[in-house]
Design a protein around this ligand. Structure first.
Ligand code: HEM
Length: 428
């Protein structure tokens, strides 16, 4: 669905209108003009554009449930909310066999238990080994596209790179990795604005679920000295062995959570560098600034635009009354451009004080588990591009000249990222 340009920006439908995709920031500013917490007129939804208010929600799991984080705020609830406290209704609706019952939408103890299953993957020694894989793989694939003089960054580099980094973390056998990449590449985006009311698991998740069920089952029967065995034997904090299904879902969720998010951040960051030759040259001269660059990109153009919560209890937020059972949208990329928190928020400024307070990786109990990995993989790939090139620029035949760029964004109400990014690469 497209909308006439004169239509009031704040009245456009964030969940189906393709025109909002190109400039979500303008749309969020139009909402913010009505206050940091705004009740939409066209849907039963409240959108939070304020930084403080967004953080308040993310930190308060007592009032705000994560139970809709995976399916989004537009899909119908599995029950009709009744009364001022729907905690019991949320709990009763929990179905561990549902393919969308994933750690990101668990609350309380169930969430702590699910998250604990993945801790063996995120130890410093495991992350170091994973970073060695990133270094050698990034060096090779960047070398190949630099030798070619250019590439389509998302498909040729970012997508395979981030997939194989997670596969390496999880210890997916080499012979299966190519198949994983193909299926993930072919899958629909998460938060697809052309299908925002679905409650179905994506075919990609189902495919990975089948593989991981086999891996985990095999390792439980015949333990080996590998990462998948460690995962298969994961125990809950009380020492009990986790049910097979829960281990499988946690493992496959890493792909869902860490694939598109990282690939699109890479795209956003490289587009920004290509458009800012001076910044590019400065970073090339001083690679130690790359982490600061990544944080500012996360704030200014992070790859997750929004996440979602459901009020458990009747409450008030930013002066707006919220009944129990109210779906709320935390517009992360709006909070990260809130002028009450960030000076000149639409400007890129490397080295902002307390930059890591941005909410690009969320906040609170569900803070991105893969944030250290995401930061490392983006840094390693950017370093390789900066080291191996003397200039990165956008391909004008594909994207048009400076001042009249043609860019297309993924049709997602969650992800902010380019569908494709053609770059010309001059060898160092
Ligand atoms: C630039 C890349 C990434 C971004 C912007 C990002 C962003 C986020 C955000 C905003 C959340 C919080 C969702 C919520 O509270 O509702 C989250 C959660 C999560 N992320 Fe990431 N993420 C990225 C990469 C990754 C990677 C690479 C992995 C794994 C390898 C990963 C694994 C997870 C997991 C498991 C959760 C759920 C945590 C929980 O529910 O306790 N993410 N991510």
């Amino acid at each position: 669905m497209s909308t006439a340009p004169e239509a009031d920006l704040a009245e456009r439908d964030y969940f189906s209108d393709h025109s909002v995709l190109l400039e979500p920031y303008e749309y969020f500013e139009a909402l913010r003009a009505n206050g940091p917490v705004y009740r939409l007129k066209n849907r039963n939804l409240v959108i939070i554009t304020g930084f403080e208010e967004g953080v308040e929600v993310l930190l308060d799991a007592d009032r705000f449930s994560s139970s809709i984080a995976a399916v989004g705020p537009v899909a119908p609830l599995p029950f009709v909310p009744e009364g001022d406290d729907i905690s019991d209704q949320i709990e009763a609706a929990h179905d561990p066999n549902s393919p969308t019952a994933l750690m990101v939408n668990y609350d309380g103890d169930r969430h702590v238990a699910a998250r604990s299953l993945l801790t063996s993957l995120f130890t410093p020694s495991r992350l170091r080994a994973n970073e060695n894989f990133m270094e050698s793989y990034a060096q090779r694939i960047v070398g190949e596209v630099v030798a070619q003089g250019g590439c389509e960054l998302i498909k040729d580099i970012a997508a395979p790179y981030v997939t194989l980094v997670i596969a390496d973390l999880l210890g997916v056998p080499d012979e299966d990795q190519e198949e994983f990449r193909k299926v993930i590449d072919a899958g629909p985006p998460s938060g697809n604005i052309d299908d925002s009311e679905t409650t179905q698991a994506s075919p990609t998740l189902l495919f990975m679920g089948a593989y991981f069920t086999r891996y985990i089952q095999e390792r439980r029967e015949n333990p080996r000295d590998d990462v998948l065995t460690e995962l298969a034997m994961s125990k809950y904090p009380d020492g009990s062995l986790a049910p097979l299904l829960e281990v499988v879902k946690s493992a496959m969720f890493l792909f869902a959570a860490g694939q598109d998010t990282s690939a699109k951040l890479l795209g956003n960051a490289i587009r920004f560098l290509a458009e800012n030759p001076e910044l590019q040259a400065n970073l090339r001269d001083d690679l130690s600034q790359v982490p600061a660059f990544i944080e500012e990109m996360m704030r200014l153009e992070g790859s997750v635009k929004a996440t979602f919560r459901l009020t458990k209890k009747t409450t008030t937020l930013g002066g707006v009354d919220l009944p129990a059972g109210q779906p709320v949208v935390i517009a992360i990329s709006a909070g990260n451009r809130d002028a009450r928190r960030w000076e000149s928020p639409a400007e890129f400024q490397i080295g902002r004080p307390k930059i890591k307070e941005h909410t690009g990786f969320g906040r609170g109990a569900h803070t991105c588990l893969g944030a250290p990995l995401a930061r490392a993989e983006v840094r390693v790939l950017l370093e390789q591009f900066l080291k191996q090139t003397s200039r990165i620029s956008l391909n004008e035949a594909q994207h048009g000249p400076v001042g009249d760029r043609q860019l297309s964004y993924e049709p997602s109400y969650i992800i902010r990222g380019l569908n494709d990014l053609y770059v010309d690469l001059a060898k160092a």
